[in-house]
Structures are given as structure tokens and as C-alpha cells.
Design a protein around this ligand. Structure first.
Ligand code: ATP
Ligand code: MG
Length: 441
């Protein structure tokens, strides 16, 4: 109890002072018992949202329809939700209008897993679902009949896998079997909700394990059919001793824990089944792998309702993930930095290092380390990367007698090339001289 913020205890007690039942419930109780600090606290009560609003000064209507309001107390905001009862729906879609209940037991039984069904009143735990036992034995088990739970809300199938990845608990056999038997129901769930769980799987400590279970339960072919297609897709070349699915999972596991990077790892070879083919001699070739990879990544992330910035960056990283062989020339590195952006260029190198680590030996990390160092130097010195960084511009060139249009484009390109190879000459007088020489030739 002494680990619970006083602000949260106050809310519990004020509800009780007014004659209502109130408990901390769900993830917070689970995390407290596991010795972790909960990210947020949820309280459930028999008071209706209107009654909760009458008691507290600062209340936000978060989800009135679902019986949830957010109570602000000092630095804390706590979601306070009226007890609900479960109502099965036909196709596994989330219950739209929940019906309220007066009983904590009904509320707990409308939740997903036993470890998420514990109540804490500030003094003692109330366990109506054998959650304590499953917590001690590190088990993710649906409350009562898994089939009923997944019928009510099919997203719970992915949530089970997400909790497995976050907590390292095993999914209980009947629950697992029910996921396998009902995987198709995930098609009725909104993409945003699926995305939120996928994100949590990806930034957990064992993202690859989660994806493997998604595949094994049959969920993956509905959630990410493009990755499912990578399973058993053998690329038959010396760099890979695994199929594209296994390789992708290995890359994710080698990637630092960052959502953009993990998404890029997830999608880096997503176009391979479409872009890879063998010629008559049995030699593998890529056709527009980079561009198709970028396109497909954007398509997938758009479908999953990711934000535009994430879609853009991941698309770029996927497109450029193989741009590592031409590191010898200075100008190529700078053009690469310019395409990827200074903010994301190190993520690209991290992706490439993970890709290398997950491919068959011999590994060549040296070239990537050298590239990283060189990029660091270029960025530190703030060396020019693009036409916009040149010490001369279109207006200057017009004054020198150049025509706007293709001619000017050609001059600027030529000047950029010279400056990329030798940043010292990025001075107006020098560039003017070079431009005039070019004009005479
Ligand atoms: P996290 O640490 O990620 O917040 P959490 O267990 O708190 O994990 P939330 O999604 O915040 O998960 O949900 C809070 C609680 O609400 C859960 O512990 C569970 O009791 C209940 N819950 C949430 N989503 C569902 C659902 N789809 N079906 C049933 N119960 C749910
Ligand atoms: Mg939570």
C-alpha cells in the first residue's frame, strides 16, 4: 500500500466516504504485486459517472458511454469506471454500449485475464477469479471460458500474446487453444486497436517471440498477411540461412528498443516474396526491391492507422536499408544522409547492423562502424548535403546570366557534386567562378 500514490488513495477513500464501493483494479494491481511501478491506475466503483462527477472537483469526460471519467487529483489523473457487466457480441466486436452493474464480481468477470482481474481496496486484495494463483505461477489465463471472452472481444487474443511478451508469462493451454481456434475473429476488430497491441509487442523485451506466436496461432495471416507470406519464403542465397520470416524476426531481436526501428525491421524485407525471383540458372534476383518495400510498408502502416510521420520515416528506412555498399565515396554518404534526414540516419545504420547480425556469416560490421563514424563527423561539422546548403542560389545564378529551368538545375547539381566532395569550396566567390567556367565550356 505504501507504494500507491496518496492521490490515488484519496480518490478511493473519498468514494468510500460517500458510501460507494471502490477498488484499484486491473494492470495496476497486477504490477504492484509483481513489484513494478504501475504506469497508471484504474479505479472501479458502483457509483455512476454522474455520481463520480458530483464528488470530485476536476473531472474529465473520457468515455461517458463506457462509464469512464478521469479524475484529476494533484499531479495524478486516474480513470474511474463504473462496474460493468459483459455482454457477448456475435462477431467479436467490442461491446459498444456496456451495461453498468452494482457488483464488483460482475465487473471482474467482464475483464480479460485472471491476472488483470484482481481488486485492491487499499488494504486487502479481493481475488474472485484465482488471479493470485495465476500471478504466482506466471500464467495468462482467460477468466472463465476463453471462448466467451474472445467472443465478447476478439482483441483479447492479441492482448494475451502482448502480456506474454511484456511479462514473460506462459499462455495457459485452453486459452492458447481457443486463440488458435478463433483467430479469424480478429478480422472484426478495428485496426487502431490491433495497432496499439502490436506496438506493445514490438517494444517489449521479446518482440520476435510475439510474432512467432501470432503466426503459430493463425492470427498473423489476418493481422499482417504480408509477413505471413514471408514464412517459408526461401531466398536461396549465400547471405541467408533462414527463410524471410525467420530472418525478419532475427533482425527485430537485434534491433534496439525503439518503435520506428522495430517497425522498420519488421518491414525491411516485406516485399521479398513479391520482388525476388530465380532466373533460368537458379540465381536469385531482386526487382525494384527497395521501392516496392517502401510502397508496401506505407500501405501496411496506413492500414494500421499509424501517424504520417511514422509512415514516412519507416518507408524511408525500409527503402534505404540496403544502401550500405557504396560507402567509399564521400558524396554518396552525404546524399544518403540527405535522403534519410539527419534525425534518422543513425537509425538506418542501426537497422543495417541488425540486418547484418541476423544474416549468415561472415559478418562485415567494420564497414558499418566506419560509416557510422563518418556520418557522425559529417553531421558534427554540419557539412553541406543538398542544393539548399550551397553558398550560392538561383537568384545569384540569374544575375550571372543563367536561365531558370533545366540549365540552372544542371549547374546547381554540378556545384553540389563539387561541394559534397570538398566542403571547403562552399563559398560564394568560389562557386561563382566555377559556375562561370562551366558557362564558357
Ligand atoms: P498496461 O500496463 O499496458 O496498461 P493493463 O493491464 O493496465 O496493461 P489496459 O489496456 O490499460 O491494460 O487495461 C486496464 C484493465 O482493463 C486491464 O487490466 C483489464 O482488466 C481491463 N481491460 C482492458 N482492455 C480489456 C479488454 N479488451 N477486455 C477485457 N478487459 C480489458
Ligand atoms: Mg493500464
Amino acid at each position: 500500500k505504501n507504494r500507491i500514490p496518496i492521490e490515488v488513495i484519496e480518490i478511493l477513500e473519498q468514494l468510500r466516504d460517500q458510501g460507494y464501493k471502490s477498488f484499484i483494479v486491473g494492470g495496476a494491481v497486477r504490477d504492484l504485486l509483481l513489484g513494478k511501478n504501475p504506469k497508471d491506475y484504474d479505479i472501479c466503483t458502483d457509483a455512476t459517472p454522474e455520481q463520480v462527477k458530483d464528488i470530485f472537483k476536476k473531472v474529465i469526460d473520457t468515455g461517458l458511454k463506457f462509464g469512464t471519467v478521469t479524475v484529476l487529483n494533484g499531479a495524478f489523473s486516474v480513470e474511474v469506471t463504473t462496474f460493468r457487466k459483459s455482454r457477448a457480441t456475435e462477431n467479436g466486436k467490442r461491446i459498444k454500449i456496456d451495461s453498468f452493474s452494482k457488483s464488483p464480481e460482475e465487473d471482474v468477470k467482464a475483464r480479460d485475464f485472471t491476472i488483470n482481474g484482481l481488486l485492491f481496496d487499499g488494504d486487502k486484495i479481493t481475488d474472485l477469479v484465482e488471479g493470485l494463483k495465476d500471478l504466482a505461477e506466471r500464467r495468462i489465463k482467460a477468466i472463465e471460458d476463453p471462448q466467451d471472452r474472445f467472443n465478447e472481444d476478439a482483441l483479447r487474443m492479441i492482448r494475451a500474446i502482448r502480456f506474454h511478451c511484456q511479462l514473460g508469462f506462459e499462455i495457459e493451454d485452453a486459452t492458447y487453444a481457443s486463440i488458435s481456434g478463433n483467430a479469424g475473429m480478429i478480422q472484426g476488430v478495428a485496426q487502431e486497436r490491433i495497432r496499439d497491441e502490436l506496438v506493445k509487442i514490438l517494444i517489449s523485451n521479446q518482440p520476435a517471440k510475439g510474432l512467432r506466436i501470432l503466426h503459430h496461432t493463425g492470427l498473423l495471416k489476418f493481422v499482417l498477411p504480408e509477413l505471413e507470406a514471408c514464412h517459408h519464403f526461401d531466398q536461396k542465397n549465400v547471405h541467408h540461412d533462414k527463410d524471410v520470416f525467420d530472418h525478419t524476426l532475427a533482425v527485430i531481436d537485434h534491433t534496439p528498443n525503439d518503435l520506428t526501428l522495430r517497425l522498420s525491421a519488421l518491414l525491411h524485407d516485406i516485399a521479398k516474396p513479391q520482388t525476388f525471383s530465380l532466373d533460368e540458372k537458379g540465381v536469385g534476383h531482386f526487382y525494384l526491391h527497395n521501392l516496392r518495400g517502401q510502397e508496401l510498408s506505407k500501405e501496411i502502416l496506413t492500414r494500421l492507422k499509424f501517424d504520417n510521420k511514422t509512415i514516412d520515416i519507416v518507408g524511408t528506412l525500409v527503402c534505404e536499408h540496403m544502401s550500405k555498399l557504396q560507402v567509399l565515396r564521400h558524396s554518396t554518404i552525404k546524399r544518403l544522409i540527405n535522403r534519410v534526414g539527419r534525425e534518422n540516419i543513425f537509425q538506418l545504420i542501426d537497422l543495417q547492423i541488425a540486418d547484418e547480425a541476423a544474416s549468415a556469416p561472415p559478418h562485415n560490421f567494420k564497414i558499418l562502424e566506419a560509416l557510422k563514424k563518418e556520418i557522425g563527423r559529417i553531421c558534427d561539422k554540419n557539412e553541406p548535403l543538398a542544393i539548399r546548403d550551397l553558398a550560392i542560389g538561383g537568384t545569384d545564378l540569374i544575375k550571372l546570366g543563367f536561365e531558370p529551368g533545366p540549365e540552372m538545375g544542371k549547374v546547381l547539381d554540378m556545384l553540389l557534386n563539387r561541394v559534397l566532395n570538398n566542403p571547403k569550396i562552399n563559398k560564394k566567390e568560389i562557386l561563382v567562378t566555377i559556375a562561370l567556367q562551366f558557362k564558357q565550356e
